[in-house]
Design a protein around this ligand. Sequence first.
Ligand SMILES: [Zn+2]
Length: 422
Amino acid sequence: MDPDRHDGVMDILIRKGQIAAIHPHPLAGESSADYANGKEVVDCSGCVVSPGFIDIHVHFREPGFEHKETILSGCRAAAYGGFTAVCTMPNTLPVNDDPAVTEFILKKAKQANLVHVYPVAAVSRGLAGKEMCEFKTLQDAGAVAVTDDGMPVVGSRMMRKALEKAGELNMPVMSHSEDLELAAGGSMNEGRVAVELGQRGIPNAAESIMVMRDIALCELTGAPLHIAHVSTRESVRAIREAKRRGINVTAETAPHYFSLTEDVVRECGANAKMNPPLRLAEDRDAIIQGLQDNTLDAIATDHAPHSESEKSEAFEKTPNGIIGLETAIPISLRLVHQGCLSMMDLIRKMSTQPAKIINIKNELKVGRPADITVIDPDLPHVIDAGNFQSKSRNTPFQGWKTNGKAVMTIVGGRVVYRNKTL
Ligand SMILES: [Zn+2]
């Protein structure tokens, strides 16, 4: 299935890393001769064959925090999770605010030789919000977007300048929308559960205020703005309204925001702590509606590995984030099984629309690189972090029984993951 092209039972011929032919099954004519040439045939009956899934929001922690994740272990997790490409956030040590760091990431990705890695560079030096980075040199080194993710761009003037500069280069600015003053000291959603657990809360407005500011600056500059990890109903409403007025904004949410609520913090503790935090059922439902009406263009994981010792500290001290690469497809397929999204829509959110946001081509089309994700949508699956390729284990989905997962990941015609069922 390619949302822009194919929906049916097809045969796909891969030759020299590229898609050489796509025909209604059975493959006819010249291409069928390849079967006789001893080419490997993979029977994908019952599966969905999609353009490669792309996760535009991951933290691979290298350089600087290799005990949490390396580019190699992150790429393995991506391949096993069904992703053919990822965008790495710049909050490493050193920060990806210099072409040398961008080049280092790409060098490590090349050595890993598994999935495509598209680095996202910083807006400001050291994510400090004071001095803007040289976007052009970062883009020349391979960066596809800019963000201070982990931190908001606090100054409105800086954000305006960033949008203007990045816009000239046709790069989106990815907004980590957070009002630091309003969120200060909070470690989970502001509400009943925070009171019960004796934690300080973060109100929805801490996110939506910045979403609205950045939309205003997007309107002012006309430059592409991408809102990361949307978690609140107010943010969905603001983005929906902005899109109706033709503003150049795109947005993503993460699987945990449409599948979990703040209640999960009671049992999962630190493994349900992330920023923005899990919210209420009303927010979760608004996120699902936002996906349905395309207010939210993409599902990204915000894959944020942390070691077990870091996640064992007191709740308020433990770092934010959960891993997501190896749970994203099983958890997102629940939306399809529940009738909230069609399979084609899910493919749009995790494959073709993420590609458009970062301006890369990703299609099932003759002549294109064979970057393909094969999903068995009904395969019974139990999520077990013990089997993850990621170096970290911080997931709230441990033990979840789901239906469906990626069974094959093909990058440039090469199989980088194959499940034993296929
Ligand atoms: Zn963020």
